[in-house]
Design a protein around this ligand. Structure first.
Ligand SMILES: C[S@@+](CC[C@H](N)C(=O)[O-])C[C@H]1O[C@@H](n2cnc3c(N)ncnc32)[C@H](O)[C@@H]1O
Length: 239
């Protein structure tokens, strides 16, 4: 068995924890504390998240997509494969070193998606983009923790609060969708999404490509607009 080799570590902004990048042969792992945030051998559900989102917005020619959390770039690469040449993707990545890793040792894993001219990467908390941009996105894809609880940093917990979810709702265009990745289902969280003004579909998808591994959960939350085009729940206050 090849031992894991630590390639780099970096402080998470606003947190005492360190994010660490490891390599073992061709396999890479990003870890926080004792938890693995992303592994290069297991990205079927990260790809599926993009497929499900892009299928819903396929009829929009110049779609705008926000991806929260770059990780190893698999979600981004899968979205770029399905979006048209006029679409634009903004990636919010909290940890600058993650962007550097994607321009360096991780770049080839997902085919260097940051080099695509449709992509703008911003080294900020995704919450900052929600504060700055209202009614701007056709789809927002969020995969910053391993589910709706702060893992990369405790402060992420507010993204999944009622106020946080209303901010995602406010950043979407009227027919926009909010798509979230989670390691497991969470009924209470789905109820919070409903309260924030979303109609939610839940999909169980395989963890690995080619339908292998365990199951992960993807929520596809559509702005639940009433007959006058006004969201039925959620006030949409910024974070
Ligand atoms: C699980 S990984 C994403 C994996 C990605 N879907 C992929 O396909 O490789 C989570 C990423 O979100 C980033 N992140 C965590 N909190 C964030 C926040 N509040 N805003 C933006 N990025 C964040 C982490 O640094 C990490 O790069």
């Amino acid at each position: 068995m090849i031992p894991w080799q630590l390639l780099d570590s970096t402080k998470v902004p606003g947190e005492n924890e360190e994010l660490r990048l490891y390599r073992r042969g061709e396999e890479f792992s990003i870890r926080i504390g004792v938890a693995e945030l992303m592994n290069s051998r297991v990205h079927g559900s990260e790809d599926a998240m993009s497929h499900l989102a892009c299928a819903r917005i396929a009829s929009i020619p110049c779609s705008r997509v926000l991806i929260g959390g770059l990780g190893m770039g698999y979600t981004l690469a899968a979205a770029l494969k399905r979006l048209g040449s006029e679409s634009r993707v903004v990636v919010a990545e909290l940890v600058p070193a993650v962007v550097a890793w994607n321009r360096g040792p991780l770049g080839s894993l997902a085919g260097h998606p940051l080099d695509d001219e449709r992509v703008t990467v911003r080294e900020v908390d995704v919450a900052q983009i929600l504060r700055e941009e209202q009614r701007s996105y056709d789809a927002i894809l969020l995969d910053v923790d391993n589910g709706p609880r702060g893992l990369t940093r405790k402060g992420n917990g507010r993204l999944y609060s009622q106020t946080g979810l209303e901010s995602f709702c406010a950043a979407l265009r009227p027919a926009g969708i909010f798509v979230l990745w989670s390691a497991s289902p969470d009924l209470a969280f789905v109820q919070r999404l409903n309260k924030a003004g979303f109609a939610v579909d839940e999909e169980r998808v395989r963890a690995r490509s080619h339908h292998g591994g365990g199951y992960h959960t993807i929520w596809i939350a559509a702005r639940d607009v009433g007959p006058r085009g006004v969201p039925t729940g959620g006030k949409g206050q910024p974070l």
